[in-house]
Design a protein around this ligand. Structure first.
Ligand SMILES: Cc1cc2nc3c(=O)[nH]c(=O)nc-3n(C[C@H](O)[C@H](O)[C@H](O)COP(=O)(O)O)c2cc1C
Length: 199
């Protein structure tokens, strides 16, 4: 039996849930769209649809148009619900506590949680831009549990060493760090260098 390289183009799953910060998922789609070697699979939860409308000027249709493939969160038969459908990984941006809890408990009732669970069981990268504050012990326990299962919890905490000039700068840096962790390094991601450190 002949073998062929697993992924060409690279596939990445993006989920937008109902935590504040729909713009993070939208920016990720914009950045990945610029690369023809990347195939994006988008899921937007019901609450995610609401936050897109509350927080941004984008229609749901415009957000969907940024992705190569769009799946319903209710479609548990979608390709991304199976480990045999090869992907590079999954980014949930933003990630709500509810979705975090679903992932921690493998409560695979929605496509978003199922696809995340599959990503972990196949030992692929799962990055969660978890957005909640302040955090109680139960939130921290859930973060610890998904980390033990292999997920990367990346709260979108701004970095100020990059001297951001706008909210876009702050958002792009958080999304860039997330994509970095998934192996898609943005060319213009500001990085700390020794030259910037005070003498
Ligand atoms: C405007 C708005 C902002 C919200 N922000 C957050 C948030 O930052 N973090 C969070 O965990 N939930 C937040 N929620 C609550 C979630 O939307 C809610 O828990 C929802 O059930 C999450 O479902 P999902 O994970 O399936 O998208 C927010 C809700 C609204 C309406």
């Amino acid at each position: 039996m002949a073998v062929t390289p697993r992924l060409d183009p690279q596939r990445i799953v993006i989920a937008i849930t109902g935590a504040s910060g729909a713009v993070y998922g939208i920016r990720a789609l914009h950045m990945l769209r610029a690369n023809p070697g990347v195939e994006t699979h988008l899921v937007v939860t019901r609450a995610g649809r609401a936050t897109i409308s509350y927080e941004t000027d984008h229609s749901l249709a415009e957000v969907k148009a940024l992705a190569d493939h769009v799946h319903s969160d209710q479609d548990l038969g979608a390709a991304i619900s199976s480990g045999s459908f090869i992907t590079t990984g999954m980014l949930i941006a933003p990630c709500s506590v509810k979705t975090l809890s679903g992932i921690a408990n493998s409560y695979d009732e929605t496509l978003t949680v199922r696809a995340a669970d599959v990503t972990l069981k196949e030992r692929r990268r799962l990055v969660l831009l978890l957005r909640e504050t302040p955090l109680h012990a139960g939130h921290l326990r859930l973060m610890s549990e998904v980390t033990a299962s292999g997920a990367i919890v990346l709260p979108p905490v701004p970095a100020f060493y990059t001297r951001p000039k706008s909210i876009d700068d702050i958002v792009d840096h958080s999304v860039g760090r997330a994509l970095d962790l998934l192996g898609f390094s943005p060319d213009d991601l500001p990085r700390w260098t020794e030259e910037r450190s005070p003498r």
